[in-house]
Design a protein around this ligand. Structure first.
Ligand SMILES: [Zn+2]
Length: 140
């Protein structure tokens, strides 16, 4: 059921990419602070598929989120963090079902001194710093 834009984000988003919510399909919990635009912090590949750690900031406070593709019967799930009074994350809770897309403005990446391509993945950055560029990032 995942739509094309959402699928593209789940397959291709890397840290620092900007994504936004195109459509709030379902709101499970209205108490969470859920802005329309997020920055990708990290991509993880779980056995059930990719998972994106997202970030947003409001009034100097950091908010983290998870974006997952739960399966064929739903769009993407946006999970908000349950935090203690020091803003440490204790758990995730499902706050909404969403459709997302890449924002129009994207960050600019440093160019790799070895292959000359934008350095987008953490692996590329780490290897390039060691002078062992793994080659251009896929899907760019
Ligand atoms: Zn490179």
């Amino acid at each position: 059921m995942t739509d094309y834009d959402s699928e593209t984000v789940m397959l291709r988003a890397e840290r620092r990419d900007e994504v936004y919510v195109r459509e709030w399909v379902n709101r499970f919990d209205k108490s969470a602070y859920t802005p329309n635009q997020y920055t990708v912090l990290e991509r993880s590949n779980r056995f059930y598929g990719p998972e994106l750690l997202l970030h947003s900031e409001s009034d100097g406070t950091d908010f983290n989120y998870l974006l997952t593709a739960p399966g064929p019967d739903t769009y993407l799930y946006l999970w908000a963090a349950e935090t203690d009074d020091k803003n440490h994350r204790e758990a995730w809770f499902k706050t909404a079902e969403v459709k997302v897309a890449f924002a129009d403005t994207q960050p600019t990446y440093d160019l790799c001194p070895e292959c000359g391509d934008p350095v987008q993945t953490i692996e590329h950055e780490q290897m390039a710093a060691l002078g062992r560029c793994p080659g251009p990032d896929p899907d760019l």
